[in-house]
Write a protein that binds this ligand. Sequence first.
Ligand code: C2O
Ligand code: CU
Ligand code: CU
Length: 515
Amino acid sequence: MHDFSSDRRQFLLNAGLAVGSISALGGLAFARRRAEAPPALLPSGRVRNFSDLSLTLTAAAGTANILPGNPTNVWRYSGALTEGHAYQCQPIAGSYLGPIIRTARGRRVRVRFQNNLPEESIVHWHGLDIPADQDGHPSYQVDAGGHYDYDFTVNNRAGMYWFHPHTHMKTASQVVKGLAGLFIVTDPEEQKADLPYGDYELPLVIQDRAFDENNQVSYTFGPLVGYLGNTVLINGQTNFSKSCKTRIYRLRILNGSNARTYKLAWSDGSPIVVIGTDGGLVESPISRPYVMLSPGERLDVWADFSAKSVGSSVTLRSLAWTPGGFGGGGSPPNGAVMDLAVFNITAPSTEYLSLPPCLCTLERLSIAQAANAASPRTFPITYYLNGGTPNWLLNGATYDLNTTVPNENVPRNTVELWQVTNTASQVMPHPIHFHGRQFQIYQRIGPTSGSALTNYNNVKDGYVDDGWKDTFFIMPGETVKFLVRTSDYPGLYLYHCHILEHEDMSMMRNFRVLP
Ligand code: C2O
Ligand code: CU
Ligand code: CU
């Protein structure tokens, strides 16, 4: 049933009769439809036309008022358009994070990255399918005062991607200072799904930080677990709360933290309804008691406040989970309970949207397409001591700027089965990310006994593996197999752990798409 009639509203009215067929999604009244018609004229927030985009993205030092008292020194991206509509490059209100860049599939994007930082940097477009020289590989980083010109066409589906520095050995420290922004792509398929937009589409960038007594970000971390702060920032703000109406919101969530993974859940016990992942919409809404979101991953969430009463509130929080292995420590540790964002229901609203039972049609990669189905390309995670300092490795080697080993040379435009194993004797959870690609999780093989199994069982229902992904979470004892169609752009791309301290310390490698 992934075939939309030309009149989706009529289709949904009809589908509403078949409530039984979708009750498996968790008992929400998915097909609920109220009598109110949609507004005859769409509010001005609706944007269907995107032009090619040209902008200067400047990175520079600045300050932000994050805590009461002293301002905090930050590094920030700011955007200045030279071509395109103003709504295609807008800051997040009240945030020191980078602008939200909005564009449509098929559009050309030109960005001059102007580096006004006191040190070298480069911008990576996380999740985009673009040529290697556009991807922000550290070999392209520019010195203080320099610039880099990007010029690419957006091939990706509608979805929320993001950008951040990828400077050699300095990605983590530059992101922690504030360099990150959202890159949101739309396409006709998404527009057809008629999702909440404008004031009802909320970007939520989750990050954790620690501050010193002068309100400055303190950046100290354990090499094993990475940087874990005690203060949650949403879009760069502490104690985030949002006034909402009794209606449906679309939450577009990025875990932009360096090292902290969240087990997202609603405080009122309602399921989290996921409509999209890293690479855009999933075919049908997915209802889960909680959802795991590790650094680098995104979620598109349908948040239905229409049955709430004015004066009530609901909190998006992170539930307890246990990393296991060497993943403990930090204050608070990864897996600690944290409140993230409060939604205060302050005004009534009549709602005309209802959750579409079918959101889009997904191309499915099948194992039969994979030339190497019997012998997946394997990238193990291992641990090693580098002169007394513990380190994590991917594919058995530290990072080298320009080289690959044989299993990192991949044919272009070819479907293959790849796997990452986290089954060495010393382990912890990691978010694993491959550049320039969206892929599909084929299979997870979890641990089978002991505390690893107990810890796994406490997170596994929160994996949302049904859509396109560019980053996945892997627990101790776990193997993740995924199907990827390799890029059609030859060249050197990165893959790494998205715990940014791990990435900078060595848990990163190149893979080369062969000509
Ligand atoms: Cu957000 Cu190299 O990645
Ligand atoms: Cu990336
Ligand atoms: Cu890691």
